[in-house]
Design a protein around this ligand. Structure first.
Ligand SMILES: *[C@@H]1O[C@H](CO)[C@@H](O)[C@H](O)[C@H]1NC(C)=O
Ligand SMILES: *[C@@H]1O[C@H](CO)[C@@H](O)[C@H](O)[C@H]1NC(C)=O
Ligand SMILES: *[C@@H]1O[C@H](CO)[C@@H](O)[C@H](O)[C@H]1NC(C)=O
Ligand SMILES: *[C@@H]1O[C@H](CO)[C@@H](O)[C@H](O)[C@H]1NC(C)=O
Length: 429
C-alpha cells in the first residue's frame, strides 16, 4: 500500500523527467526560464562565472575545502633544445608548458551549450592557476610580444586548459667520464612552489607527455628519447611537495670530434713514426720531427679540452690525448736512446730481451748449488754475449729502428682497439 506522499513524490519525479525531456527537445517554446539560462551568451557566462560571481575567488585553490588535492596534468611541447653547455652544466629549452586541471566552481553546463570558452589574457589573471615552477631552473622568461603568450580554455565540466610559451635555462648535471662518447640525461622538474600535496598533485598526461616539434634539430646531440619520473619530495620544515620529472636523453654526435680531434691526433702519431724510416745520421731531421709532433700534440690536447669544466675525474678525451702524447714522446725518446747507444763501444739491447735468450746456456755451464744472485748475473752475461752480434754500433741502432717500425704501430692499434671497445660498449656509472 503506497502512502499518498509517495505517490505525489513519484508523480513529481515523472513530471520533472518529462519536463527535462521536453525542455531538451523544445527548449524555447516549453521551458522559457531554463532555455534562457542554457542559452546565455558566452560573454554573460564569463561575467557570471568569473567577474560578477560571489562564490568564485581566484585566490583560493579549487579543492581548498575538500579533502582531496587538485590534480594538475602536465604536458610539455618542445619547440627547440638550443644550447647544451658543459662548462656551466645547463641547457636551454623553448617550450609550451601545458597544464590541465578541473575547477568545479567554473562549470557552465547549466548556462551555455558551448563546448569551451576561450579566455582573454586580461581575464586569465582573474582565474586561479597553479603556482608551477621548475626546480632546476636557472633563468627563464615569458614571451610578451605582442601580448603575453598564454592560452586558456574553459570546458563545460570545469576543466581548464592552460598553455604558455616559455624559454628556460635549466641546470643539468653532466657526467663527462665518457666525453665525447657520452650520453647525457638532462632533466626538467616541474613542481608547485607553495601548495603541498594536500592541494596540488602533478601528473604527466597519459597521451604524449612530452611532445616535439616535427623537425627538432640539435646542434651537437641526437635526442634519443625521454624518461619520466616522480620527484615528489618531503621537506622537514615545509611539508611534501608534488613534482614530476622528465629526463631528455641526449647522445652526443661524435662526428665533430672524429674530424676535429681523433683523426688529426692519429695523423700526428703516424707522423712521429716517420722518424724510424730516416737514417740514424739524420739527427736534425729526426729531432725536429719528434719535437714538432710533441708540441702539436700538446696544442691539440689543450684545444680539445678548452670547452670543458675542470672536473677532477679522467675523461675519455684525456685518456686519448695522454696516450697519443705518450706515443709521440716515446718515438722521440727512442731516437735519443739509440743515438746514445750507437755511439757506445758496447753491446746493447733494443726493447727488452726475447724469451729464448733467457734460457740460453751460459759459457760456464750451470750448477744447481749456486745461489739465485749468481744465476741471474750469469744469465745477464750470457744474454749480452749472444746479443753482441746484432746490437752493436750503428748497424745495431738500425736494427732497433726496424723493430720500432713494427712495435709502435702494433702497440697503437692495440690501444685503439681497447679504447674504442671500452668507451663504446662499456657502461659507466
Ligand atoms: C555584472 O555586474 C555589473 C555591475 O555590478 C552589472 O552591471 C552586470 O549586469 C552584471 N553582469 C551580469 C552578467 O550579471
Ligand atoms: C546545474 O543544474 C542542476 C539541476 O538544476 C544542478 O543540480 C547542478 O548543481 C547545476 N550545476 C551547476 C554547476 O550549477
Ligand atoms: C571535461 O570535458 C573535456 C572536454 O569535453 C573532457 O576531455 C574531459 O574528460 C572532461 N573531464 C571530466 C572530469 O569529465
Ligand atoms: C609520487 O610519489 C609519491 C610518494 O613518493 C606518491 O605519494 C605520489 O602519488 C606519486 N605521484 C604520482 C603521480 O604517481
Amino acid at each position: 500500500m503506497m502512502e499518498p506522499c509517495d505517490v505525489l513524490g513519484a508523480m513529481t519525479g515523472v513530471f520533472a523527467v518529462v519536463c527535462c525531456w521536453l525542455s531538451a527537445v523544445f527548449p524555447t517554446h516549453l521551458s522559457p526560464v531554463m532555455a534562457a539560462s542554457v542559452n546565455m551568451t558566452r560573454q554573460d557566462v564569463l561575467e557570471i562565472l568569473i567577474v560578477n560571481s560571489s562564490t568564485y575567488n581566484a585566490r583560493i585553490a579549487p579543492d581548498y575545502e575538500q579533502d582531496h588535492a587538485t590534480t594538475v596534468d602536465v604536458q610539455i611541447y618542445v619547440l627547440s633544445i638550443d644550447t647544451v653547455n658543459e662548462q656551466s652544466m645547463d641547457y636551454s629549452l623553448h617550450i609550451y608548458l601545458r597544464q590541465r586541471w578541473v575547477d568545479p566552481r567554473l562549470q557552465f553546463m547549466n548556462y551555455s551549450r558551448a563546448v569551451w570558452l576561450e579566455l582573454d589574457a586580461k581575464l586569465m589573471s582573474k582565474v586561479w592557476v597553479p603556482d608551477t615552477f621548475f626546480r632546476n631552473e636557472k633563468k627563464g622568461e615569458f614571451h610578451i610580444v605582442t601580448v603575453p603568450n598564454r592560452l586558456m580554455h574553459l570546458y563545460r565540466n570545469g576543466t581548464i586548459y592552460y598553455s604558455m610559451r616559455l624559454s628556460v635555462l635549466l641546470s643539468c648535471h653532466m657526467k663527462l667520464q665518457k666525453y665525447p662518447l657520452d650520453v647525457q640525461k638532462c632533466p626538467i622538474l616541474i613542481a608547485s612552489y607553495g601548495y603541498t600535496t594536500e592541494n596540488i598533485i602533478y601528473r604527466w598526461i597519459d597521451h604524449k607527455p612530452i611532445d616535439y616539434q616535427d623537425n627538432l634539430q640539435l646542434s651537437q646531440y641526437t635526442l634519443v628519447g625521454e624518461s619520466l619520473d616522480n620527484c615528489t619530495k618531503t621537506y622537514k620544515e615545509t611539508g611534501s611537495f608534488s613534482c614530476v620529472r622528465a629526463d631528455f636523453i641526449l647522445k652526443r654526435d661524435v662526428g665533430f670530434y672524429i674530424i676535429q680531434v681523433y683523426v688529426p691526433s692519429v695523423l700526428i702519431v703516424i707522423l712521429s713514426w716517420v722518424s724510424f724510416w730516416l737514417d740514424i745520421e739524420a739527427i736534425p731531421a729526426r729531432i725536429s720531427l719528434g719535437v714538432l709532433t710533441v708540441l702539436t700534440m700538446t696544442t691539440q690536447s689543450s684545444g680539445a679540452r678548452s670547452s670543458l669544466p675542470r672536473v677532477s675525474y679522467v675523461k675519455a678525451i684525456d685518456v686519448w690525448m695522454a696516450t697519443c702524447l705518450f706515443f709521440v714522446f716515446a718515438s722521440l725518446l727512442e731516437f735519443a736512446y739509440i743515438n746514445v747507444l750507437a755511439r757506445r763501444r758496447m753491446p746493447y739491447q733494443c726493447f727488452g730481451t726475447p724469451e729464448s735468450m733467457e734460457t740460453s746456456p751460459g759459457a760456464n755451464g750451470s750448477h744447481h748449488s749456486r745461489t739465485d744472485g749468481d744465476r741471474t748475473e750469469k744469465h745477464r752475461l750470457a744474454r749480452q754475449n749472444s746479443q753482441a752480434v746484432r746490437f752493436y754500433g750503428k748497424s745495431g741502432a738500425r736494427y732497433c729502428d726496424r723493430m720500432a717500425r713494427f712495435v709502435f704501430p702494433l702497440a697503437f692499434v692495440m690501444f685503439n682497439m681497447t679504447y674504442w671497445l671500452i668507451y663504446v660498449f662499456v657502461e659507466f656509472d
